[in-house]
Ligand binder design. Structure first.
Ligand SMILES: *[C@@H]1O[C@H](CO)[C@@H](O)[C@H](O)[C@H]1NC(C)=O
Ligand SMILES: *[C@@H]1O[C@H](CO)[C@@H](O)[C@H](O)[C@H]1NC(C)=O
Ligand SMILES: *[C@@H]1O[C@H](CO)[C@@H](O)[C@H](O)[C@H]1NC(C)=O
Length: 368
């Protein structure tokens, strides 16, 4: 082999390496014994990749979440891919480490949650391929899969499960850059939004198109969409007393909020705002979220009824304080300990224009 060939082989290896940089993890529907270690500091890529190693033990969890809400807040869709037992996260089927679910809300307010509790949809195995910052996942045997680009610019969720009566796609085209709990998508960032809860927000806001047939009914709409993932190395309910999370689009702003009350009695927050697609703030401070109207007790307990809405103060730094009021339009899921809504937002920066938009948001409450 002459030097020219050595150089050529080197060049080929380099290009092969780029192609091989995608990594595929196969997870079987079994529970690891011993420690499952969480990644709580970001690396140089893999924002949306698996975060528990090994995936998963009986008390850890790692999930991928997708949603979209119609422009008039009347319809909604949520699809979640779980690696978790019901000890890790209580809302997944028992005796399974791999499952999926879908929440669909139709224009007339009908809410469909599938699979039914007595017919849990478990996967035999899952593969998750990480490429750049993006991930793609197949939960085998469920007909549920998602596919993301390495630069997080677009994602597609595909469901094809004739037995369950669901076919269709959710397409997300990102309009706001990814971020972590405390900052930008950079190496070395803190990934814990609250103790033992990891969070990576691949798509804070997207132009979404939902096109499904569910139990024979079409569910088709356009509106803001979203994708993130959470993970943790301790049971969710051992760490969280209550939490408010949500996202929405308000005029030129894409916003995401987290306001968590930990079991330690401390409040943990994360605030994100992008304006016309540029990040203005991504921080684990500078935001306060509180329930409003009826049942606006804070902190909420299990017996608190559903509030009518929320008020958010989101600090935009030199641009001022973004003050947002959310009025609930419809419940997309209501399981007492957990509620998810779509609603109308209005607000703006003091002295500036008032904008309106739609939001999708949730509450957990686990305290007596
Ligand atoms: C799972 O792993 C974590 C460490 O990340 C450990 O604290 C926990 O006890 C493990 N759970 C079980 C059931 O072994
Ligand atoms: C929705 O899906 C159906 C069935 O695949 C397809 O015929 C139709 O063109 C799609 N509509 C849109 C708006 O993409
Ligand atoms: C939210 O906005 C939509 C569309 O403008 C409207 O139909 C609906 O009544 C509003 N809901 C509330 C609770 O204000």
């Amino acid at each position: 082999m002459n030097f020219r060939n050595v150089a050529l082989v080197g060049a080929l290896c380099a290009s092969v390496q780029v192609v091989l940089s995608a990594q595929t993890l196969t997870v079987s529907n079994t529970i690891a014994s011993g420690a499952s270690i969480a990644q709580y500091i970001s690396g140089s890529s893999g924002l949306d990749g698996p975060k528990m190693s090994p995936e998963i033990n009986a008390t850890s969890f790692d999930w991928w979440y997708f949603d979209a809400v119609a422009e008039d807040a009347s319809m909604g869709l949520v699809v979640v891919f779980y690696l978790s037992t019901d000890l890790g996260f209580p809302f997944v089927p028992p005796l399974s480490a791999l499952s999926v679910d879908i929440f669909a809300t139709f224009e007339d307010g009908t809410l469909v949650f599938l699979p039914e509790n007595d017919l849990p949809l478990q996967a035999g195995a899952a593969t998750i391929t990480t490429d750049g910052d993006g991930a793609s996942g197949v939960w085998k045997g469920t007909g549920f899969e998602f596919s993301g680009t390495p630069d997080l610019s677009s994602y597609k969720v595909t469901i094809d499960n004739p037995l369950l009566g669901i076919t269709g796609t959710l397409e997300l085209k990102s309009v706001a850059p990814a971020h972590y709990a405390c900052g930008l998508n950079l190496p070395g960032q803190n990934l814990e939004v609250s103790p033992h809860i990891g969070w990576a927000n691949a798509i804070p806001d997207a132009d979404a198109v939902a096109n499904f047939t569910i139990l024979g009914r079409p569910l088709q709409f356009k509106g803001p969409g979203y994708h993130d993932k959470n993970w943790g190395d301790a049971p969710f309910t051992s760490q969280v007393a209550s939490w408010y999370w949500g996202h929405g689009r308000l005029g030129p702003y894409s916003i995401v909020w987290f306001d968590v009350l930990g079991k330690d009695g401390q409040e943990y927050v994360s605030s994100y705002a992008a304006k016309d697609g540029q990040i203005i703030t991504a921080s684990c401070s500078g935001i306060k979220v509180r329930p409003t109207g009826q049942n606006s007790q804070y902190p909420p307990v299990i017996t608190s009824g559903n509030p009518q809405g929320f008020h958010i103060d989101l600090d935009l730094g030199s641009e001022g304080m973004l003050e947002v009021d959310i009025e609930t339009n419809i419940a997309l899921a209501d399981a007492i300990l957990y509620t998810r809504w779509s609603g109308n937002m209005s607000g703006g920066v003091q002295g500036g224009p008032t904008y309106t938009g739609v939001a999708l948001y949730e509450e957990f409450k686990f305290e007596l």
